[in-house]
Design a protein around this ligand. Structure first.
Ligand code: SAM
Length: 293
């Protein structure tokens, strides 16, 4: 039987998580008590009260890490929502590769990467697209998450692969362990850089990105957090005509092409609503639509 959490402790805890990590657990009292009960008991408490007191007062990094590992939802798998990958390969990559012919560098960020399947999968699509030229390109992907557990799994790179991954890809990009169990080969491992990053923090990476994947992450955030993050993502994309790719709760594909001084081209009309939250970066930018799907 999980320990029950009082309304007062629940409120203190979910408000703390929401303001520091964006995750909205205000309707998840039972989930919090079931996921954290064993931790609370293992600390010798018979009640959530003193556990929440200590967490909020000390903000001990190890305690925070443990709580985040328990409270984040990390569901992910290879070949998830392949229409996004196909859109990326057919529409975005040809454009980017053309524009980066000189420097041969693609800057891609998988934000909220969970256990790594998404960035490794993106990497496969890029390598397949570039073919033999791939060796001349720097296509390293930045992959970030707040949960240390999933990042550790991502770095290990060992997975049960689904049948939806073509046999040819298993042979090229993985080493076979046994049964369905495979480990990513160096050609993939070296192409993804995993880092801890809280999406509530200012985005201060060394470079701006050509593409940001942030799929199935913002669904856990409230509207104002989503709006603020969309704006920060937009500022973190390369100016002069690049793309950011998002995925929202309604399963629609949201893509924004940053066309220059505060101008946006929409690939999908349904994203208009979401991106109405973006304030023009250069002050007087104008939003325009395009049907270049
Ligand atoms: C459901 S997974 C999505 C994984 C992958 N993007 C996909 O679509 O399959 C959501 C991930 O977002 C991460 N996450 C939630 N809040 C975050 C935050 N504030 N900063 C960074 N990552 C966060 C969680 O830890 C979790 O691993």
């Amino acid at each position: 039987m999980p320990l029950s959490i009082s309304d007062k402790d629940f409120k203190r805890l979910y408000q703390f998580i929401q303001s520091n990590y964006g995750i909205n657990l205000s309707q998840k009292q039972q989930l919090i008590s079931s996921r954290l009960s064993s931790t609370v008991e293992a600390r010798g408490y018979t009640d959530f009260g003193p556990f929440v007191d200590k967490l909020l007062k000390d903000r001990d990094p190890q305690d925070m890490e443990l709580v985040l590992n328990k409270l984040t939802t990390n569901y992910t798998f290879f070949m998830r929502e392949t229409d996004h990958f196909q859109f990326f390969q057919k529409t975005i990559l040809p454009d980017l590769v053309r524009r980066h012919q000189r420097d041969k560098v693609l800057a891609i960020w998988s934000a909220g990467c969970s256990s790594g399947e998404e960035p490794y999968n993106i990497s496969i699509y890029i390598k397949e697209f570039l073919g033999p030229q791939a060796k001349d390109w720097d296509t390293r992907i930045l992959a970030t998450d707040i949960s240390q557990n999933v990042l550790a799994k991502a770095k290990r790179g060992t997975y049960e692969l689904p049948n939806s991954i073509p046999t040819e890809w298993k042979r090229k990009y993985f080493t076979h362990n046994s049964g369905d169990c495979y480990t990513v080969a160096p050609i993939l491992r070296d192409n993804v850089i995993f880092q801890t990053f809280n999406l509530m923090d200012p985005i201060r990476f060394r470079r701006k990105f050509d593409v940001i994947f942030c799929r199935n992450v913002m669904i856990y955030f409230d509207q104002s957090t989503k709006d603020a993050l969309v704006n920060r993502f937009h500022e973190a994309t390369v100016p002069g005509g690049y793309d950011a790719l998002f995925h929202a709760a309604d399963q629609a594909l949201y893509t924004v092409k940053r066309a220059g001084r505060g101008q946006f081209k929409f690939y999908d009309e349904s994203m208009r609503q979401m991106f109405s939250a973006i304030s023009p970066i250069d002050g007087d930018g104008e939003k325009e639509s395009a049907d270049n799907k």
